[in-house]
Design a protein around this ligand. Structure first.
Ligand code: ATP
Ligand code: BTN
Length: 325
């Protein structure tokens, strides 16, 4: 119920014009004090709403909401668009698709949201997900060869997001094994892959992408590491709908290629964008720190770490990579 009321209020305010509490109350058949509570909740979600006595509530600037028709209009070719759902408020786009496994999802199905109340990063970390200014996108992808193909997924996804950003904005990003996208040395986007299934049987993956487009100041205060967003690096206004279309398109293209050919043909592409290639790095595994030189990735998507002159493949999981200059 609260969700439906808040979604309605967002639509009323989206143009960036004043709307009186009275008008809101009339449309929703609730009291003005109830409206005031919902507005407070929307502000906590990251919406920059203020009020002026006698005029009502107003967004500091209009928001260009995500819209399925605009995503479809921006689709780059004449091929069929996968099933796309656009949600306003959700717990987590990844969790949403996971709840629909195994029978209520189709290959390439996408869930997008304006706000996540429980956005997740790796290892149970929180992904800060303010309303209406970023991209939270999840795609279902069946792995017909089983979970053994899962390791390469985050690399393929990072390459797809990188290509989409370049096509739409002309900005070149860097990639950090296994799941991060960096811009000028700081985190721009993260990738979270959720898996269900067995090693040699057809399995399910949900590929989640959190991409900072235009970070609101309030939300930024909650992030405990350096971050950036695309808008800070572009003079043109970033259109989230067309960026979403391009990301979904590139994902499908690259995932189909991965399914048919594996990672082999994408390794050069990864290496040219790898922010640590041939640099000194530290590999953090729980309390353990291994120092070495990053020598790119292998056909399975494992990191190649040179330690004492020997190159070892490091498979993903509970590991983090850091620079060691
Ligand atoms: P690694 O994968 O190497 O461990 P990481 O420290 O970035 O890198 P992740 O689990 O990939 O860890 O990402 C989650 C972390 O990202 C959170 O702990 C938080 O510090 C940060 N974070 C959360 N929300 C955002 C956001 N919107 N933009 C950038 N960073 C964020
Ligand atoms: C990370 O860097 O640890 C990964 C962050 C992934 C965040 C995205 S936002 C869309 C999808 N839904 C989630 O709950 N998480 C991913």
């Amino acid at each position: 119920m609260a969700k439906a009321v808040r979604e309605h209020l967002i639509k009323m305010l989206a143009k960036g014009e004043f709307v009186s509490g009275q008008e809101m109350g009339n449309q929703l058949a609730i009291s003005r004090s109830a409206i005031s509570k919902h507005i407070k909740a929307l502000i906590e979600m990251g919406l920059d709403i203020y009020s002026v006595t006698g005029k009502g509530y107003k967004l500091s600037q209009p928001i260009n909401l995500l819209a399925l028709d605009q995503i479809i209009n921006a689709w780059p070719d004449n091929e069929t668009v996968p099933e796309i759902e656009v949600h306003s408020l959700i717990d987590s786009t990844n969790s949403y698709l996971l709840r629909r496994l195994p029978n209520q999802v189709s290959q390439g199905q996408v869930c997008l949201a304006e706000f996540q109340s429980a956005g997740r990063g790796r290892r149970g970390r929180q992904w800060i997900s303010p309303f209406g200014s970023q991209i939270y996108l999840s795609m279902y992808w069946q792995l017909s060869q089983g979970l053994s193909a899962a390791m390469g997924l985050s690399l393929v996804t990072a390459l797809a997001v990188s290509e989409a950003i370049y096509v739409n904005t002309n900005i070149r990003v860097q990639l950090k094994w296994p799941n991060d996208i960096y811009l000028q040395g700081v985190k721009l986007a993260g990738i979270l892959i959720d898996l269900e299934g067995q090693p040699l049987e057809p399995s399910h993956s949900v590929i989640g992408i959190g991409l900072n487009v235009n970070m609101p100041a309030q939300a930024a205060k909650q992030i405990d590491q350096k971050w950036t967003d695309i808008q800070s690096h572009s003079e043109q206004k970033i259109d989230r709908n067309s960026l979403c279309a391009q990301i979904i398109y590139q994902l499908v293209v690259k995932l189909e290629r991965y399914q048919a050919e594996g990672l082999t043909t994408m390794i050069d592409e990864w290496n040219t964008q790898d922010c640590y290639l041939n640099k000194r790095v530290k590999l953090l595994t729980g309390e353990r720190v291994t120092k070495g030189i990053c020598r790119g990735v292998n056909n399975q998507g494992a990191l190649l770490l040179e330690v004492d002159g020997q190159i070892k493949p490091i498979y993903g999981g509970e590991v983090s990579l850091r620079g060691d200059e």
